[in-house]
Ligand binder design. Structure first.
Ligand SMILES: C[S@@+](CC[C@H](N)C(=O)[O-])C[C@H]1O[C@@H](n2cnc3c(N)ncnc32)[C@H](O)[C@@H]1O
Length: 420
């Protein structure tokens, strides 16, 4: 086992400041582009020296060495001030641990105790990384972020979270690993107390590919200054729905679509309006968004209310059936949508009838030769089947299909309208 210290005990930092950004899995390249673009806008921040992406994570090291803990926290304060639309949460990496496959797969030596080797690894990592000094720094850093009203010098309220990515342990799930991480923090810090809500510090453990098998990163969450009281899943919306898309995903897809001022953007199945709202507020305020849904409740009691509250420059919401869009031919530059699938909304049969009819409508309304469609669905077989019909093959060129994880594995299809 090898522990690399990013915060040695004497608090002289020899290694770069490294920040991990949790981003939508499958859209890391788009998120990295946003993060890089925003970091360079802050002249007091040193340039990025290294970027690494893993499923659901972007790690950025800043070109710094020999900085003390105060300067390091000052850099983090600046990063906290930046609003990253593709980022779910970010954390400062304070230690990393090389984990071999044998160590990772090992079952408890004493099967009655149920203790997994994680506890030992984590405790060693935490003991070696001068966690106490980091807790102090993280408290100052996040003082205005988590629960300013509940801080007390005697107690440190913390929560432990474990992100295990694609690494599946034979017996331990993410909760068990988070529990082990929490127990390790408690073992080294006498005044730490677990609090799952209104905590002051979130300690993160994260498994990433690398080293001999995996790397365990240990860090502290940096709360964004720009975060509102609501969780990020509510960003820019006052009402959410059962199947609403995460705003970070909507942002990444809209960014990928590179919407230009004056363009007409369509979401034929808009639900509560996440895509037009995010695309307008975070990507291209000067485009015109047209969206609609078949469910009157979604339109009247959700999308309309969200759009009124978010107040984008130009967005109209219509109650419609996407099988017959009330839109003239070739009006739309870009269609971006998150299609209904399976039993979540309706049934497989309902989707099997909808997809071909919707694709026919998109062929009609999206501009020939230049128009594009970005379609997200879990029923990718159904969409592929539709795209393989001769009439679809003539009208659409498939630019790419990529896997995105939103709890489920879904696919994003990027299509370009041909001249036919
Ligand atoms: C996956 S949800 C979209 C979620 C949306 N992106 C959001 O964030 O709220 C799919 C939507 O398609 C709508 N839908 C289903 N059949 C439709 C149809 N024939 N015409 C228009 N919308 C339809 C559903 O009512 C549902 O709101």
């Amino acid at each position: 086992m090898h522990v690399s210290l990013i915060a040695p005990k004497n608090e002289i930092i020899q290694l770069p400041v490294s920040i991990c950004f949790c981003v939508p899995s499958g859209l890391e390249d788009i998120a990295r582009e946003e993060i890089a673009e925003k970091l360079v806008q802050y002249p007091r921040l040193p340039p990025a020296s290294k970027w690494i992406t893993f499923p659901g994570l972007v790690q950025c090291s800043l070109q710094t060495s020999g900085l003390d803990i105060n300067l390091k926290t000052d850099l983090c304060t600046q990063v906290r001030g930046i609003q990253f639309f593709s980022v779910e949460k970010m954390f400062l990496v304070v230690a990393s641990l090389d984990v071999s496959e044998d160590e990772f797969q090992a079952k408890p030596a004493d099967s009655t105790s149920g203790k997994i080797p994680w506890i030992e690894w984590l405790t060693s990592c935490i003991t070696n990384c001068a966690l106490e000094s980091w807790i102090g720094a993280a408290r100052i850093l996040n003082a205005a972020g988590f629960c300013p009203g509940e801080s007390s010098p005697e107690e440190i309220l913390f929560r432990a979270t474990f992100l295990r990515g694609d690494f599946k342990h034979p017996i331990a799930n993410s909760q068990t690993m988070a529990g082990a991480l929490g127990a390790s923090v408690l073992s080294v810090s006498s005044n730490a107390k677990v609090k799952l809500e209104n905590f002051e510090i979130e300690v993160l453990g994260c498994l990433i590919p690398g080293g001999s098998f995996a790397q365990l990163l240990l860090g502290f969450r940096l709360e964004s200054y720009s975060a509102t009281a609501e969780p990020i899943s509510w960003r820019h919306r006052v009402i959410s729905g059962r199947t609403s898309l995460r705003p970070t995903i909507a942002y990444c897809i809209a960014r990928m679509a590179n919407i230009q001022p004056g363009q007409v953007v369509l979401d034929p199945c808009c639900g509560v309006g996440t895509i037009p709202i995010e695309a307008s507020l975070t990507c291209q305020p000067l485009a015109h968004f047209i969206c609609g849904d078949i469910e009157l409740d979604s339109i009247h009691n959700k999308a309309n209310i969200n759009i009124t509250a978010a107040a984008p420059y130009s967005a109209s919401v219509v109650a419609w059936n996407a099988k017959a869009l009330p839109i003239r031919d070739q009006l739309v530059d870009i269609a971006i949508t998150d299609l209904p699938w399976g039993m979540r909304e309706g049934s497989f049969n309902m989707c099997a009838k909808l997809y071909p009819k919707l694709m026919k409508q998109l062929i009609r309304v999206v501009k020939k030769g230049s128009g594009k469609a970005y379609i997200l669905t879990l029923d990718h077989q159904l969409l592929k089947h539709t795209l393989n019909t001769p009439w679809c093959q003539k009208a659409w060129k498939v630019c790419f299909v990529r896997d995105i994880r939103i709890g489920y594995q879904v696919k994003l299809f990027c299509l370009e309208r041909t001249e036919d």
